[in-house]
Write a protein that binds this ligand. Structure first.
Ligand code: ATP
Length: 234
């Protein structure tokens, strides 16, 4: 479904990603794990069309999308749920959700999409009229995920969904991601919480200093000596 081939990207003259190649097949849950600053966010932002690669190719459903804008990527069915949730705190939960369906194609289905999303997130339904800023961190993360689903994406990308959340809430967030996967969605997650994310994913890539150093099934990565020492503290 998604293929990155030899991608180089960064900020201005600074190259952060060096020769990244990866694939995500339809229906898969794939994760990119790595330490703080490894380039995980940069990878997702590049796929989302927010950063232009300086070299390499991105293909989505057989189409070369390397040069498309972020709006065009949303239209193709790629949604990024950003790190730190980035809700509009003074708007209600419902208003925030509707922002997820702002593109023309999604707007036509926004009422149906809202009902679908609320059936997956009953807790969000209870909070619809509250200001997003008044919610707990965990609830805000659920709203951010729900907002991402309002565009009915084919590929849902999560940037550090567990960041800053208490362990019990982290478990809930991963449960929600599992529920989303059961609806047939394709998911790409970047995380520092390596254990949880490998448990949730089919396959993973390990990113270090902007390079992919390991690629394998999640089970194999969970048993890999380097992963265990560097990321699992075993
Ligand atoms: P984190 O968990 O901190 O988000 P990450 O693996 O997602 O880590 P990135 O955010 O992709 O890492 O950052 C990779 C590198 O790019 C870091 O060295 C960071 O300082 C640098 N960087 C990130 N954003 C910018 C920017 N807007 N301008 C310049 N450099 C940046």
């Amino acid at each position: 479904m998604l293929r990155l081939e030899n991608i180089h990207a960064g900020y201005g003259p600074t190259t952060i990603l060096h020769d990244i190649s990866l694939t995500v097949e339809a229906g898969e849950v794939v994760t990119i794990v790595g330490a703080n600053g490894a380039g995980k966010t940069t990878t997702l932002r590049t796929i989302a069309g927010l950063i232009r690669p300086t070299a390499g190719t991105i293909t989505f459903e057989g189409e070369d999308v390397t040069r498309l804008s972020s709006h065009e990527m949303v239209d193709r069915g790629i949604t990024l749920i950003p790190e730190g949730r980035q809700l509009f705190p003074d708007m209600t939960v419902q208003e925030n959700l509707l922002m997820g369906a702002y593109r023309k194609a999604a707007r036509q289905h926004k009422d149906a999409a809202l009902q679908e999303v609320l059936s997956l997130f009953p807790r969000v339904r209870e909070r619809l009229t509250q200001k997003a800023g008044s919610l707990s961190g965990g609830e805000q993360q659920m709203v951010a995920i729900a907002r991402g689903m309002m565009a009915r994406p084919k590929l849902l990308m999560f940037d550090e969904p567990s960041l800053g959340l208490a362990p019990i809430i982290v478990t809930q967030v991963f449960d929600v991601i599992e529920t989303i996967v059961k609806t047939g969605a394709t998911v790409l997650i970047v995380e520092q919480n390596v254990f949880h994310t490998l448990k949730a994913a089919d396959r993973g890539y390990v990113l270090e200093n902007g390079e992919i150093v390991l690629a394998d099934t999640s089970d194999a990565l969970l048993h890999n000596d380097h992963v265990r020492q560097a990321y699992l503290g075993i």
